[in-house]
Ligand binder design. Structure first.
Ligand code: ADP
Ligand code: ADP
Length: 227
């Protein structure tokens, strides 16, 4: 699903080596953590996969195709095929859970008659079918993050990228969000989670990639936090 071959990302001006000769392969259907201290290169990795940044050297392939082959309109189609979840989920405050999730279908042009079934299925996956009419204000932060996950998966993306998805959450809500991400993965989506949350990485074990100063220093198939 994702293939990095000797990927280096050097930011211009500051000449920061955000990623330094990283090679890795993430297969279809995997659940992978990306761990590392602040500044290790986790967000840069995500940005490369989304083609929000271009490698200075090396090649990034997604679904077998080099990202350099995607141009213009195809780049936006590619991005739409990836679900993204961030620390700040940015739900639209005036829309209820259902409409926030449906919004993702609206912008990608899915016919309105398909919305109810698809939105309901996505909310069911994150365990919030019963809160579909609730406004974000009336949901806990953990529930809001689960709505954001529903919004990210409603288009059935083959890949879900989550960057610090539990960054603002307490331990209980963090575990709930992790379980939801595992559920999404069990339904066939490849899931990549960048996180600082040591307890989660050690509780819910999955392959773990460790970055240090832009280098991939560890790739542990059984997981575990080794910083
Ligand atoms: P985190 O550890 O939460 O990822 P960072 O401090 O690494 O926080 O970065 C937060 C955001 O700011 C990232 O999206 C990153 O791309 C951007 N950023 C980080 N460092 C710089 C920088 N030196 N110049 C411009 N943008 C930066
Ligand atoms: P992480 O997500 O692990 O915190 P980042 O990928 O955000 O790490 O950052 C990796 C390195 O690249 C850091 O040294 C950061 O300051 C730098 N960096 C990130 N974004 C930018 C940017 N847009 N311009 C310049 N430097 C950046």
């Amino acid at each position: 699903m994702i293939d990095f071959k000797h990927v280096t990302l050097e930011y211009p001006v500051t000449r920061t080596l955000a990623l330094d000769d990283v090679s890795l392969n993430i297969g279809k259907g995997e659940f992978v953590y990306l761990v590392g201290h602040s500044g290790a290169g986790k967000s840069s990795f995500m940005n490369l996969v989304l083609k929000r940044a271009l490698p200075s050297r090396g090649e990034v392939r997604v679904a077998g195709e080099p990202l350099s082959a995607y141009r213009g309109r195809r780049t936006s189609i590619l991005r739409r095929r990836m679900g993204t979840v961030f620390q700040d989920n940015l739900l639209l405050p005036h829309l209820n859970a259902f409409d926030n999730v449906a919004f993702a279908l609206r912008v990608t042009g899915v016919p309105q008659r398909e919305w109810p079934q698809r939105v309901t299925a996505a909310l069911r996956t994150v365990g919030l079918e019963h809160k579909k009419y609730a406004l974000p204000l009336h949901l806990s932060l953990g529930e809001q993050q689960r709505v954001a996950i529903a919004r990210a998966i409603v288009g059935n993306p083959p890949l879900l990228l989550a960057d610090e998805p539990t960054g603002n959450l307490d331990p209980d809500n963090s575990r709930e969000v992790l379980k939801v991400l595992q559920n999404v993965n069990l339904r066939g989506t490849t899931v990549i989670v960048a996180t600082h949350a040591r307890d989660l990485v050690e509780t819910f074990r999955h392959r773990t990639l460790t970055l240090r100063k832009g280098k991939l220093v560890r790739d542990d198939p059984y997981g575990g936090y080794a910083l």
